[in-house]
Design a protein around this ligand. Structure first.
Ligand code: ADP
Ligand code: TRP
Length: 334
């Protein structure tokens, strides 16, 4: 069975971008693959969260994973920092990762621009840690949104490079995965780029109905097309992208036609969009709080997931150590 791995950083509540770009694929993959899903708490340290909030952030993602339908009986669900094997692989992969290629990563260049006072080494080697998360389980498929394409490419490069460098075929090359043909990019409703936790433009799985309606009704548009088949401004195209993701084909076709013949009323489109988002997210929201409070259940889920993850990670590390040339004086089976 092919191995699937993915994770989300514990940097806030999950939004529609996380759900449609990543989590919905995780849920669909559970029955047909050997799945590992985790919370990337170490990755979230690059932005220095306050220690008092750190654990709650991890617990939030865990509860939202489970409320969305990740099933601990089917998938190994764990927290990155509970699997120290990842960090051993990280240090080894750092030795075959080069400063130039890391500096050229788009996400690093973005961070340099966004947080010039905190360009730490963890940011530079972020893709190496991510490659370790993936390669430690020798994963074949990695369900992620479009923004992670370049990081996945780095994981593939490192897998190939390790295999060649040490002349041992330890790692398969992991592929980015989405059930459609293309990776998904969920836009923000503020007329610009992607929906993101740090962009402040998210519609969250834990939002209530009124909040969702308000956010959608406030979405940026223009004054409407005045000529048939006019090109769409980005803000309106974003609304259609979201409609395509959450609504029925007939609704999309209906609003597209009314855009093209200039009869569109953005208010109606937004109402429909809000309704269709609510239909998907409110049942999830209803489950989040109860799961979040259930300490016993969360502990059981993570215990089972961590055991499975460490077993898989240890098996890989054994191969890795052998390939690199380690032989311990302390352990005669190494
Ligand atoms: P964020 O970008 O909100 O901080 P993460 O970086 O932890 O969240 O992303 C976790 C997963 O969600 C990744 O697979 C990422 O590709 C996906 N993702 C995040 N935002 C979007 C988006 N707007 N569209 C599609 N996928 C997204
Ligand atoms: N870098 C990913 C993000 O920001 C999160 C992540 C960390 C991840 N390790 C991973 C995703 C391994 C997939 C596989 O979205």
């Amino acid at each position: 069975m092919e191995i699937v791995l993915s994770g989300i950083r514990s940097t806030g509540h999950l939004h529609l971008g996380n759900y449609y770009g990543a989590l919905r694929n995780y849920i669909k993959m559970q029955d047909n693959y050997n799945c590992f899903f985790f919370i990337a708490d170490l990755h979230s340290l690059t932005t220095h969260p306050h220690p008092d909030d750190f654990h709650a952030g991890v617990r939030t993602i865990l509860a939202e994973y489970l409320a969305s339908g990740l099933d601990p009986e089917k998938s190994a669900i764990f927290v990155q920092s509970d699997v120290p094997e990842i960090l051993e692989l990280y240090i080894l992969l750092n030795m075959i990762s080069y400063k130039g290629e890391l500096e050229r990563t788009t996400s690093f260049k973005d961070k340099v621009r966004q947080q010039p006072d905190n360009i730490n080494a963890g940011l530079l080697t972020y893709p190496v840690l991510m490659a370790s998360d993936i390669l430690i389980h020798r994963a074949n498929l990695v369900p992620v949104g479009k923004d992670q394409e370049q990081h996945l490419e780095m994981a593939r490069v490192l897998a190939r490079r390790f295999n060649t460098f040490y002349n041992s075929p330890v790692f398969p090359e992991p592929k980015a995965f989405n059930f459609g043909d293309d990776l998904v990019k969920v836009p923000g409703l503020d007329g610009s780029g992607k929906m993101g936790k740090s962009e402040g433009n998210g519609i969250y799985l834990c939002d209530d109905e009124q909040t969702i309606r308000k956010k959608v009704m406030k979405a940026v548009t223009d004054s409407g097309p005045t000529e048939p088949n006019s090109p769409m401004p980005d803000s309106v195209a974003n609304l259609f992208t979201l409609l395509n993701i959450v609504s029925k084909k007939e609704s999309v076709a209906h609003f597209m036609e009314s855009y093209n013949n200039c009869t569109i009323r953005y208010g109606d489109l937004k109402k429909q969009l809000a309704e269709d988002i609510c239909a998907q997210t409110l049942p999830i929201k209803a489950r989040i709080e109860e799961i979040y409070k259930d300490e016993d259940y969360l502990r059981k889920v993570v215990k089972r997931g961590t055991d499975l993850a460490r077993e898989s990670a240890n098996a890989t590390l054994k191969e890795v150590r052998k390939a690199v040339g380690f032989r311990s004086f302390l352990n005669s089976d190494d």
